[in-house]
Design a protein around this ligand. Structure first.
Ligand SMILES: [Zn+2]
Ligand SMILES: [Zn+2]
Length: 257
């Protein structure tokens, strides 16, 4: 499994990164020509960087953690590519898995009507704990703790496990989401001692505590830091709870496991 960080800026695009988007690529075990490509979130700004790595029309599926704009808005631009790129593919609809109301939300953002967007997208509903298969990849959504319906994704293929929290505060479902992950991409929008509100985001200490509690996490990588956070403060706050190295997601970083 290869993870490419397309965008990791928290809550809005930053000077060095778009908002959330993570590309997962897995070779087909039976066909050496085929690579399965799944995008986790399509936050604002991500469609531009995505084109540096793949033809966006080659995606096999998109999974949306939730419908805040920093996780879904570039579906509007991707729709334009699907529908209007000369010679572009229009026959096959791209599966888009998301929370309730995804089609309506994107339709309102685009300003068209839902039936227009459904020419390009097959909108499918995520449900807590119900796995979805895309070729050799399985994505299991877990309901998280955020002000809107939000899922974390446990992405598995063979022995490889990627866990991505989306946006969340501490919750019981972080344990089955993160347990034994080769790479745990854990959001860290809040700073301990600065952000007191609960039920929205993790801080460094809470991100690390969740990974410790889950057990067996090999790599802890903080992500979704807004540009107003000092990354080294977040890293240090997590490192106080985490026994190993605390990594920070790097824009356009690639990770194989
Ligand atoms: Zn967010
Ligand atoms: Zn959010």
């Amino acid at each position: 499994m290869r993870l490419t960080v397309i965008g990791c800026s928290g809550s809005f695009p930053g000077p060095d990164s778009p908002a959330s988007a993570y590309l997962v690529a897995v070779p087909d075990p039976a066909d050496e020509q085929k690579v399965w490509r799944i995008l986790l979130d399509v936050g604002n700004g991500s469609l531009g960087v995505l084109q540096r790595h793949i033809d966006p029309l080659s995606l096999d599926a998109i999974f949306l953690t939730h419908l805040h704009p920093d996780h879904c808005l570039d579906l509007c631009g991707l729709y334009v590519m699907h529908r209007y790129q000369p010679g572009g593919r229009t026959a096959r609809r791209l599966p888009v898995y998301g929370p309730a109301g995804t089609a309506r939300r994107i339709e309102r953002a685009y300003g068209g009507d839902v039936h227009r967007l459904e020419r390009a997208y097959d909108f499918l509903r995520l449900r807590d704990g119900e796995p979805v298969s895309v070729g050799p990849v399985t994505v299991t959504p877990y309901l998280m703790n955020h002000p809107v319906e939000t899922y974390g994704f446990r992405v598995t293929s063979g022995d490889a496990v990627l866990a991505y929290t989306g946006d969340t505060d501490t919750c019981d479902n972080l344990t089955p989401l993160l347990r034994g992950a080769d790479l745990a991409l854990v959001e860290c929008a809040f700073v301990d001692g600065r952000d007191a509100e609960r039920g929205i985001h993790l801080s460094g200490s809470r991100a690390a505590a969740a990974a410790v509690a889950a057990g067996g996490v090999r790599r802890l990588m903080l992500t979704h830091l807004p540009s107003w956070n000092d990354p080294e403060v977040c890293r240090a706050q997590a490192a106080a709870e985490w026994p190993g190295e605390v990594e920070l997601a790097a824009p356009e970083g690639t990770y194989d496991f």
